[in-house]
Write a protein that binds this ligand. Structure first.
Ligand SMILES: *Cc1c(COP(=O)(O)O)cnc(C)c1O
Length: 239
């Protein structure tokens, strides 16, 4: 088996980002690369950190907490996976951003815990932009009302939208969905809702981030492209 060289992988991803930025006439600084480290061991994350990565994405609460404890405190942890309400209290003061808010009940729980801890929490609304049955996320038609409802909650701030596009062979097939998410963000900006901004569009993964960049992504979430394929091991041996 080839050993994964994170430094080389990161250099390749950065080169691809640069090309996509030039094509789209965008600044590299307008895009944050989130290294999605789920299932990967501490040592690999430390490697990526040593190469300059500071933004990491995890999708499980316990795994995020273990890694938070073990790794440098200037890491910005992004919660990108489905979040259960009863687990909000464990991570709300440890994450930089929660990408996966798709219900008022979850937002209310985040707000409640944020008030208790006297912090403010930044969130993105996860949109099921392709209306896939198997996916989490609020439907496009329900996004505005959800954001209006969340906007009046204390200590929680909507910063933008997130989507997980369909799994496709040809990344061009996802362009339409990235365009739709961007358009939705513009619609929401035009609503002028207090306490809501749409600075962040979290879209694009290993298979499609160049297309997402060309359609306005400001956060891209890259796992496999940096850390290699994920292996899912038996419970208790996940990472
Ligand atoms: C796993 C995951 C990613 C990264 O996927 P890759 O295809 O490995 O880049 C991005 N976003 C979310 C929400 C994920 O769960």
């Amino acid at each position: 088996m080839n050993k994964i060289c994170i430094k080389d992988n990161l250099a390749a991803v950065e080169a691809t980002i640069d090309i996509a930025c030039k094509k789209a006439k965008r600044e590299r600084s307008s895009i944050t690369l989130i290294a999605v480290s789920k299932t990967k061991p501490i040592e690999m994350i430390q490697d990526a950190y040593n190469c300059g990565c500071r933004d990491f994405g995890e999708n499980k609460v316990q795994e995020l907490l273990d890694k938070y404890e073990a790794l440098p405190k200037d890491i910005r942890w992004h919660m990108i996976g489905h979040l259960q309400r009863n687990k909000v209290k464990y991570i709300v003061d440890k994450v930089y951003m929660i990408h996966s808010v798709d219900s008022l009940r979850l937002a209310e729980e985040i707000s409640k815990e944020a008030v208790k801890k006297n912090i403010s929490v930044n969130i993105l609304i996860e949109v099921n932009i392709a209306n896939e049955e198997t996916k989490f996320g609020v439907s496009s038609s329900d996004v505005k009302q959800l954001i209006r409802d969340i906007s009046i909650l204390p200590n929680i701030h909507v910063k933008g939208l997130m989507t997980v596009a369909p799994f496709v062979e040809n990344s061009e097939e996802n362009r339409i969905y990235f365009m739709k998410l961007e358009k939705l963000a513009v619609d929401i900006i035009n609503e002028n809702i207090d306490n809501v901004c749409m600075d962040i569009l979290s879209m694009g993964m290993t298979g499609d981030y160049p297309v997402a960049i060309s359609e306005g992504a400001t956060y891209i979430r890259v796992g496999t492209g940096i850390f290699g394929e994920r292996q899912y091991l038996p419970k208790g041996k996940e990472y």
